[in-house]
Ligand binder design. Structure first.
Ligand SMILES: *Cc1c(COP(=O)(O)O)cnc(C)c1O
Length: 339
């Protein structure tokens, strides 16, 4: 089976499992798991933040961040394609009682002008604008990477207004491999960052929330409230540390393979358009009249699994378990398919 549904489908490698088996553990709710502490400190330091908090998922790290940065009735600014708005179960409203101001960015990316014109006046008629969130890379825009100059401008603008600036960095490592920016310089732009270990990095689970010491202290309380406190979870943190040592540079191969898929797709008569391939996600539109579900079924018969991304769009995501021979087999199958 060739699985292009998501970069979350990877299984831990032998080396990763060995690292997990050797992990020193303790009760992380008491802050006593040495491996969790090491992972939190390492990521905080790599992204120029003071502290980190290990959580079960990227949804939780984002939702905790939103909760800590806001009060009920406040408003969060984000792009209309953002994961926090589309794919977190309405959590912004449900967990934090906030409304959302959606921006119509360019492939999920927006600049200072868009934020400026969407901040509410400080007048009691309006909700209080209290958070700006960006996503890098942008999942729903096919793994689009932000221009770092744009991030810097957003960061300094938010700083002047004392408006917290959060990064949904589920795929931040993919972004950093492409924009070439130093991790500390990049990380230092944000008030909080969510980093996923279970996407390109290939661990079985876990995300880390980064921020100031005070922010993380509050986040620890919110994690408890949300039921995300885990105990001897060093076994999972060990997978994260292993991934940071072994799986970062390797992700360039995912980008390369995604580009090759994009190129092959653009030659097919039944594909009408392929989004730019910046990282490890390929989104393509089908020829008029061809439905994504039918394309999905046809691919399934070739033992290739992929997800529809709208009625007439499909998404391929490359990852650790998508090898060069899988790529060749996919390209052959794509060329064989007739609609
Ligand atoms: C996957 C993802 C998340 C977090 O998802 P979980 O499945 O909860 O870990 C957050 N943001 C983006 C952009 C994602 O792709």
């Amino acid at each position: 089976m060739i699985d292009l549904r998501s970069d979350t489908v990877t299984r831990p490698t032998k080396g990763m499992i060995e690292a997990m088996m050797k992990a020193k553990t303790g009760d992380d709710v008491f802050g006593e798991d040495p491996t969790v502490n090491e992972l939190q400190e390492r990521l905080a330091s790599e992204f120029a933040q003071e502290a980190g908090l290990f959580c079960p998922s990227g949804t939780m790290t984002n939702q905790i961040a939103i909760n800590v940065h806001t009060r009920p009735g406040d408003e969060v600014i984000c792009d209309r394609l953002s994961h926090i708005y589309n794919y977190e179960g309405g959590g912004i409203a449900r967990n934090s009682g906030c409304s959302v101001r959606l921006l119509n960015g360019e492939r999920g990316r927006f600049g200072v002008e868009a934020v400026k014109s969407n901040i509410n006046p400080s007048d009691s008629h309006y909700s209080r604008t209290s958070l700006v969130c960006i996503e890098d890379t942008v999942n729903k825009a096919g793994g689009a990477v932000y221009d770092f100059e744009q991030i810097k401008a957003l960061s300094s603008f938010c700083k002047t207004l004392e408006l917290p600036f959060h990064l949904d960095g589920a795929r931040v490592v993919n972004a950093l491999l492409e924009n070439g920016v130093d991790w500390k310089t990049y990380g230092g732009q944000f008030d909080s960052i969510s980093v996923c270990l279970s996407k390109g990095l290939g661990t079985p689970g876990g995300s880390v929330l980064l921020g100031s010491r005070d922010f993380i202290k509050e986040a620890h309380r919110t994690r408890k409230v949300m039921g995300g406190g885990m105990r001897q979870v060093g076994i999972l943190a060990a997978a994260g540390l292993y991934a940071l040592d072994h799986n970062v540079e390797r992700m360039r191969e995912d980008h390369q393979r995604a580009r090759q898929l994009g190129k092959s797709l653009s030659d097919l008569s039944w594909v009408s358009q392929v989004e730019d391939v910046d990282t490890n996600i390929v989104i393509f539109k089908l020829r008029e009249g061809l439905l994504a579900v039918d394309c999905m079924e046809a691919l399934k018969k070739e033992d290739i699994f992929a997800l529809p991304f709208g009625i007439d769009q499909m998404r391929f995501v490359t990852h650790l378990d998508y090898s060069e021979s899988d790529l060749n087999a996919t390209i052959e199958a794509l060329n064989r398919l007739k609609f």
